[in-house]
Structures are given as structure tokens and as C-alpha cells.
Design a protein around this ligand. Structure first.
Ligand code: SER
Length: 592
């Protein structure tokens, strides 16, 4: 059914004049403040803010999303880390009437959900925005009775921004009555049998740094529907892991572990294993080239793999067997049709899994014994907190991510001195453990002047690296914040001082030439023919935007950029280092 839902959705919106967009990378581009895309709209932020999208003003897709905030909830029947979000967007094109009517048509005709099973909520208004009577009237005209149209406040009917600033607006949410009992006449927000299946956001505001709202250039629609939850509804089960998406995987874990999903405690472990292996497959398949590490997305990947292994151990699975690869292969098979990178990078996915497991497996056993020893001693002394030093030893010697120690401690009704752990960590390691917490601020909506400048500079740097090091140099990652750009690229060896100087000189030369930055739209084939640098193969459909900097650089890119290189200032490379086999990283700044 999962397959059908995705296909039905995309076909429906194509029939309403939308263009299908391929899922963007699971990592936001040029956005240091978000580790992962958490909603389908995130890669579209520049276009919601007014940039022109090469495919037009009506778009639809399924987007790879990952929510770290849900990690601790995974294990119940409804939560996932990785999930797919279906969406359709109007970029300053249609608004409430079409959006609501099409949602209604898709649900009742496309998915054949009886109207009697549906209810909706709309925004009741506040100081900034009036009550959304318009949406309520549209719903009523379609046949949703007044008693099932509920006006609610910001907590329920305001969406966004994705970070702390950016596009946002009032929304109308659609609920399904999941029960065999008779549908109550009135919608009741506290009745858990009503589950949300779709969210239509009328995105016409931008939240600013100071907390105020301004109107966006255009009125947009952003909708989101979770594939997993809606599939569960369509298949009449109240456990996402009992749907066709997961059924075979759970069965496989049952057979590997010789345990039953009917036992709730074992079921929890099975769901965690299933969820995490799927997330591991999708993250390591992504063209962003993420591998397990101690920072950022790599750290999350490491945590997922280690946590998954611990739960396999809980189920008494032989962790040295190939159980994880077997499950991963099933997931690859299931998703390769939808995400070409899953097929293309199959070997890499399996390598990541095996290598990281081997690293962890041989210390896990010892670490678990050590953990029992530690907690036994503490319990005898009536102490219910593991100190920072001990937690750090579990991390440093046995490879236990701190979150794993916290989770295991919790099972023993203990807590962990995380501050103490952090102090030890900082003492022992220079590298900060970014990435694990609190990185969900801001967004691509950061169209600040400095962000845009660094973006254009990144294009110059990319071309300059090709000039100096050869055409085989390719972008492997890019990340910008207010203070610097960071650029990862393929190159086997450390750059010499001379090479760095050359690159720097070229970029500064181009800045001083006061080159105009221009944008054209064309087919990807034509862009290639013209020698444009293409970053990700399957990102766009038939038309792409190509940004040129004078005659010097030509690159497929969504923008935005400065108008002329004279706006950029003086370029300086601050650091050049390795970040993986064959991948180098440059950090560079601009100054006036
Ligand atoms: N951005 C909204 C959400 O995540 C609708 O797509 O729910």
C-alpha cells in the first residue's frame, strides 16, 4: 500500500497541473543550522520566499525526512526517525480554495475515505492574523459538517517556521476517525481516536529574528502528509509497523531472533531495529556522503547503528551474524525504486553498516558488563546517578554514545551527570560533539547578506579548485554560516601552501574583476553541454537554474546569489584538512 499511496498522490497532483520534484538530499544544502530536513517544505524555502523555481509554481513530491526529536519515542507503534512526507506546493499560485478542494477530492475520491470519517481544524486567529473563516467555509461547502470544523489557536493551527526564523502561517489540519465505533457527531481535539493525516499550511508570513512577522512576497501553500501514518489508516491497523511497509521486516526480525512481535517488550526492540536500519540505509545512501563519525550527521548515524545493535543484543540476536545486512537488503529493495541513490550506493550502505558494527561489537560486550558492574555498585551505595567521568569512560573505552548510557541508566531508574560528561569530553577531545543536540535553529531561510555572499564565493572556490587541482575535483558538501563557508571536495592529498595560495589568488582576482552574476533556466542536458557544474544528479526534473559568474563559473544551483562579485570583499582560506578518505575540507572567510 505504501507504494500505492505515494504513486496515487503524485499522480493526483500531476493531474492538477503540478510538476513532480525529486526528493532532495536528506541533508539541507548550505544550511549549517539544521542537521536534517524535517519536512518536505524545507528544501523549498528559497522558493517559498520568492525565488523562482525552475519547474514552475505548482510542485509535488515525496521527501526524505528525519526527525531527531522523535528518536526517543521510536519503539512505540507510531514513531519513526526517518519518514517520508508527501507534499504539494503552490509558490504564489493557487491558495485556500484549490488547496482544500483538492485535499478533499484526493481523500474522498482518490483514497476513497468516507466523508463521515473526516474532521478538520482551522486557525482561530490572533493579534497578527484574523480567524480563518474562509477555510472553514470552503470545508463546509464541500460537505464537512460544522460540528466537525474546529477553530483552534497557534499551538494547533499555526505551522512553522522550520527553525526559529522563516516562512510560516496558519494551517488547516485534516483528521481521520480511527476506530470501528460510530463517528461522534462533534470533533473533539482531546479524543485520541481522531488522528491527523494531512496539514495544509497557508504560508504567507515570515518570522523574523526579533519574533515579529512580515508578509512574504507571495501567498504559498505547503502541505504535508506522512506516508507511514496514512498507510496505517488505509490498511486499517493502529500500529504503523503492521502495515505493508514494515510487515515483512518485522517478520524477518521475528525469525532471526526467534521471538514474537506479540510480546510488547520484544516488539519495542523490533521496531527500534527496523526503524533504525531503515534510517541507516537512507542516510548512508544519500549523495551527501555521510559516514559514522563523532560530529553532526555522522554522529547521528553512529548513534543509530550502535543503538540498533544494542537492541539486537536485547533480543539475543547474534550480533556477529549478518542479521543487519539481511534486513538492510530488504529495505534497499523496497526503496530503490523511489530513490535511485539507494540502488546506486548499495555497496556503500552495507559497508557502513558492517564497518561500524565491527568497531562497536567487540567492545559492546565488555561495556555492557562494565555497565552492570557500575550500576550494581552504585545501587548498593544508594546512589542513583552515574557521574560524568564514568559516563565518559563508557564512551571513550567502550564506544557508548552518551545518549545510550542515559537510556540504559533510565532503565535502571538512574540518571547521568551529562554536564560532568561534557566537561570530561571537552578536556579529552578538541572536537566538539556538535550535532547531538540543539541544532534545529534557523534554516535555509537565512537569506542574510553574508549567507548569500558566501554562497556565491563557494561557486568561485569550486571553479578555482578545479583550475588548480584538476577537473576531477567535485563538491562533496557545502555548509555556510554567518562567519565562514565550508566546502568539502574530492581530492586525494593535502593541498600544498602554493596550491592554497593559487586558489585564494584566483578567487580574489575574480572578485576584483567585478563579474556579473546571472541566472538562466535550461534542461539539465543543455546545462551539461554548456559545461555547467552539476552537483547532484537527480535533484531536479526537466529544467534547472544555472548561475554564471561572468564567464568564469557556471553551476546548477537554486540560488540566491549576489549580483556582482564586487559585493564579496576579500577571500581567505583559513583551514584545509581531511574529512574522510579522498575528501578534503576548506574553511574560508570574507572580509571587507
Ligand atoms: N510543513 C508542514 C508540516 O511539516 C506541511 O508540510 O506539517
Amino acid at each position: 500500500m505504501a507504494k500505492n499511496l505515494k504513486d496515487l498522490y503524485i499522480d493526483f497532483f500531476i493531474s492538477k497541473g503540478h510538476k513532480k520534484l525529486n526528493s532532495a538530499s536528506i541533508i539541507p544544502e548550505n544550511d549549517p543550522t539544521c542537521l536534517f530536513n524535517t519536512a518536505g517544505m524545507q528544501p523549498l524555502i528559497p522558493y517559498l520566499m520568492g525565488e523562482k523555481h525552475p519547474l514552475g509554481t505548482r510542485l509535488t513530491n515525496y521527501q526524505k525526512c528525519f526527525r531527531l526529536t522523535d528518536l526517543d519515542e521510536v519503539g512505540d507503534k507510531t514513531h519513526h526517525t526517518f519518514f517520508e512526507m508527501l507534499g504539494n506546493w503552490s509558490l504564489g499560485d493557487y491558495f485556500k480554495k484549490e488547496s482544500i478542494s483538492w485535499s478533499f477530492e484526493f481523500l474522498t475520491k482518490g483514497l476513497k475515505i468516507p466523508v463521515d470519517k473526516l474532521a478538520v481544524t482551522v486557525f482561530k486567529g490572533n493579534d497578527v492574523v484574523p480567524p480563518d473563516n474562509e477555510s472553514a467555509e470552503i470545508w463546509e461547502s464541500l460537505g464537512i459538517p460544522k460540528e466537525r470544523i474546529c477553530f483552534l489557536a497557534e499551538e494547533d493551527n499555526w505551522w512553522g517556521p522550520a527553525g526559529t526564523v522563516g516562512p510560516c502561517g496558519p494551517d488547516t489540519e485534516i483528521f481521520y476517525f480511527r476506530s470501528d465505533e460510530e463517528t461522534p457527531k462533534n470533533y473533539d481535539p482531546n479524543d485520541k481516536r481522531w488522528v491527523e493525516i494531512w496539514n495544509n499550511v497557508f504560508m504567507q508570513y515570515e518570522k523574523q529574528d526579533d519574533g515579529t512577522f512580515t508578509s512574504l512576497k507571495q501567498k504559498n501553500v505547503d502541505t504535508g502528509m506522512g506516508v507511514e501514518r496514512t498507510t496505517a489508516i488505509l490498511e486499517h491497523v493502529d500500529d504503523n509497523y503492521k502495515t505493508s511497509i514494515w510487515k515483512d521486516i518485522i517478520k524477518k526480525i521475528e525469525s532471526i531472533s526467534n521471538k514474537s512481535y506479540e510480546n510488547e517488550e520484544d516488539a519495542r526492540s523490533m521496531r527500534i531495529i527496523a526503524d533504525h536500519i531503515r534510517a541507516i540505509v537512507i542516510i548512508s545512501a544519500d549523495d551527501a556522503n555521510i559516514v559514522p563519525s563523532n560530529t553532526d550527521q555522522g554522529y547521528i548515524l553512529r548513534r543509530l547503528i550502535r543503538r540498533m545493535i544494542r537492541y539486537a543484543k536485547k533480543l539475543e540476536i547474534d550480533i556477529n551474524s549478518e542479521f543487519d545486512s539481511e534486513i538492510a537488503k530488504m529495505i534497499i529493495k523496497q526503496y530503490e525504486k523511489y530513490y535511485p541513490e539507494v540502488k546506486k550506493n548499495k555497496e556503500r550502505i552495507l559497508d557502513v553498516l558492517v564497518n561500524e558494527k565491527n568497531k562497536f561489537a567487540h567492545t559492546l560486550e565488555k561495556g555492557l558488563k562494565e555497565f552492570v558492574k557500575i550500576t550494581d555498585i552504585l545501587k548498593r551505595q544508594n546512589i542513583n546517578s552515574i557521574n560524568g567521568k564514568t559516563a565518559f569512560r563508557l564512551y571513550d573505552t567502550f564506544g557508548f554514545p552518551i545518549e545510550l548510557t542515559v537510556e540504559m541508566a533510565k532503565e535502571q531508574n538512574m540518571d547521568v551527570d551529562i554536564e560532568g560528561f561534557d566537561t570530561c569530553f571537552k578536556e579529552h577531545q578538541e572536537k566538539s560533539r556538535q550535532g547531538s543536540v540543539n541544532k534545529f535553529k534557523g534554516g535555509l531561510s537565512d537569506h542574510s547578506e553574508s549567507n548569500i555572499k558566501y554562497h556565491t564565493t563557494t561557486h568561485l572556490l569550486h571553479q578555482a579548485l578545479k583550475d588548480v587541482l584538476g577537473n576531477d575535483v567535485n563538491q562533496k558538501g557545502s555548509n555556510i554560516n554567518a562567519e565562514r563557508l565550508r566546502f568539502d571536495f574530492s581530492y586525494p592529498t593535502k593541498l600544498t601552501e602554493e596550491q592554497k595560495k593559487k586558489v585564494e589568488d584566483i578567487v580574489n582576482q575574480k572578485i576584483s574583476e567585478e563579474l556579473d552574476v546571472t541566472c538562466e533556466e535550461m534542461s539539465p542536458e543543455k546545462a551539461k553541454e554548456e559545461g555547467a557544474i552539476g552537483l547532484f544528479d537527480n535533484k531536479y526534473g526537466n529544467i534547472v537554474k544555472v548561475y554564471s559568474i561572468g564567464n568564469y563559473s557556471k553551476e546548477i544551483c537554486g540560488g540566491p546569489h549576489v549580483h556582482n562579485t564586487r559585493e564579496l570583499g576579500v577571500f581567505k582560506i583559513k583551514k584545509e584538512e581531511a574529512v574522510g578518505a579522498g575528501i578534503r575540507r576548506i574553511k574560508a572567510t570574507l572580509s571587507n
